[in-house]
Ligand binder design. Structure first.
Ligand code: 4AZ
Length: 241
């Protein structure tokens, strides 16, 4: 997270880390993406977090994919690590454009009841341009590979689709699709998600509106963050798992 501040899972207990010590080692508890709990045994992350390119392995062959809940400091020992028993990638995910960038993870054990966040349905006020939102993660804090060991969050504004359509008209920097994606950041830059935050939550009005998905660089003016639009996949997510 760029431009953020320390955040605490006691205030946002639905933020969880996605980890594989098998692939990424014990430093920072093997964290490689963010995720968010929407049900006691149901966690969302970005589909691209589960690609063999991201994992350096096939997710189906990984024995130790797990979420870490209730822990701010990855190198600490608080909270609980829970095994992922099933991973369902959105059949509508397009790995070329990152459209539909969401996967549902089924947990082997239930999270505490208060650790879930409701998803914002289509038409929710949280999707409106100008809405204040918050993004959470353990990702890069500078854009040059300074990963956070303790959870951080930044305030960003939901931006009009036209901001991302202008920034990402297609070609090298990507294509923004307003039906499946949500645009957020600050026009002057400085507040954004970054590498390692992917799959983590964007929250507005106490509801989940987006998952960190992609963007060009981090926190740069004119290159907003692109998020998976939760309302676009809500029916599939309800059925999956
Ligand atoms: C990434 O590489 C990534 N600034 C995630 C979010 C953003 C850029 C890159 C948005 O995972």
């Amino acid at each position: 997270v760029i431009g953020g501040q320390p955040a605490h899972v006691k205030d946002s207990p639905w933020v969880v880390a996605l980890s594989s010590r098998d692939r990424f080692g014990d430093a920072r508890a093997g964290q490689f993406c963010g995720a968010v709990a929407v049900g006691p045994k149901k966690v969302l992350t970005a589909a691209h977090c589960l690609s063999s390119e991201a994992l350096g392995a096939d997710v189906g062959q990984m024995r130790d994919l797990r979420i870490i809940s209730g822990r701010d400091e990855l190198n600490g020992s608080g909270g609980k690590e829970i095994a992922v028993s099933e991973a369902w990638v959105n059949p509508g995910f397009d790995a070329t454009t990152n459209s539909g960038d969401v996967a549902v993870l089924t947990l082997a054990e239930a999270l505490p009841g208060r650790s879930v966040i409701p998803m914002a349905e289509a038409g929710d006020a949280g999707y409106r341009a100008g809405t204040a939102a918050v993004v959470y993660g353990w990702g890069d804090t500078t854009g040059v590979g300074d990963y956070a060991s303790s959870l951080r969050s930044a305030k960003v504004s939901v931006l009009p689709d036209s901001s991302c359509e202008q920034a990402y008209p297609g070609g090298r920097n990507g294509t923004y699709d307003a039906s499946a994606m949500l645009c957020a950041g600050e026009p002057q830059g400085g507040y954004d998600a970054c590498q390692g935050d992917s799959g983590g939550p964007l929250v507005a009005h106490g509801r989940l509106v987006g998952l960190v998905s992609w963007g060009s660089g981090c926190g740069q003016a004119g290159s907003p963050g692109v998020y998976t639009r939760i309302s676009a996949a809500i029916e599939w997510m309800a059925d999956a798992g």
